[in-house]
Write a protein that binds this ligand. Structure first.
Ligand SMILES: [Zn+2]
Length: 261
């Protein structure tokens, strides 16, 4: 099901897929004729209705993960939309995703699409978005900053103030730098692809920075005592996170710790 709300001049779309521990929230946003991410193919039927009812000419993708661009192929095919992505992800986007079963269940495979390289700025009728490289969750991850409105679109950089496991492509050190960079800019509202609209986004992102920095400093302290990453992960996260089990280690506390220094 797709919930659609207007928020200060843009349209926020919120979809829920799955059930129980696999229940997933996805948000994507429409600014004038420009979509920020497209949501997953699992939301396809509901999203297609929304996409048909709105004049969408372009989509800017934060990163190539299937829950962010699962409907890009549909928009290209049915709305003749232009899709922009980090040029380093163009080759991956042009082949269909090959996902482990838990991701297929949650989000469904992402069909291939043919994106164009992301420009430095995206202009719409009412907004100008600056494109900012924000590696961390994923090396080629991009965020979008609207200086006049005080908006920042952060894909998967924020998600939650605390994080217990990191994805296999994640790098905690890079995430710390990217969050610092975003916090150095002028904005107040954060638009997350999973947590939705955060009107007190600056405090929430700062809380995430504090949290990741505390993981880094604890890791540094324990490393200096000669303790390895495996043991540090066990000490900082004694209980194995359900997501680590479900994903068969594609997400892990080890990754969160080992890439923090
Ligand atoms: Zn992602």
């Amino acid at each position: 099901m797709l919930n659609v709300k207007n928020h200060a001049g843009l349209v926020c779309c919120h979809g829920i897929t799955g059930y129980s521990v696999m229940r997933m929230h996805i948000h994507f946003y429409l600014i004038d004729d420009l979509l920020i991410d497209t949501g997953s193919a699992r939301l396809g039927k509901q999203s297609a209705g929304f996409f048909r009812d709105h004049a969408i000419r372009r989509a800017a993708i934060t990163h190539v993960h299937e829950d962010h661009c699962g409907m890009a192929f549909w928009l290209q095919k049915n709305r003749d939309a232009r899709i922009y992505i980090d040029p380093r992800d163009q080759a991956e986007a042009s082949a269909p995703s090959r996902l482990p079963i838990y991701r297929k269940l949650a989000w469904k495979d992402r069909p291939e699409f043919n994106p164009e390289p992301m420009p430095d700025h995206l202009e719409t009728q009412h907004c100008t978005l600056d494109v900012i490289a924000t590696p961390g969750h994923y090396p080629n991850h991009l965020s979008f900053h609207e200086n006049n409105k005080g908006w920042v679109f952060t894909g998967d950089l924020y998600v939650a103030p605390r994080q217990m496991v990191a994805f296999k492509t994640e790098n905690t050190k890079d995430a710390i730098e990217s969050i610092r960079h975003l916090l150095s800019l002028e904005w107040d509202t954060l638009f997350c692809a999973h947590a939705g609209v955060q009107t007190n986004g600056r405090e929430k992102l700062a809380a995430k920075l504090d949290y990741l920095e505390s993981i880094r400093s604890q890791t540094e302290t324990l490393l200096a005592q000669g303790i390895g990453f495996e043991e540090i992960s066990r000490r900082l996260f004694p209980k194995k996170h359900l997501w680590e089990i479900v994903s068969r280690g594609e997400w892990s506390a080890y990754r969160l710790v080992a890439t923090s220094v």
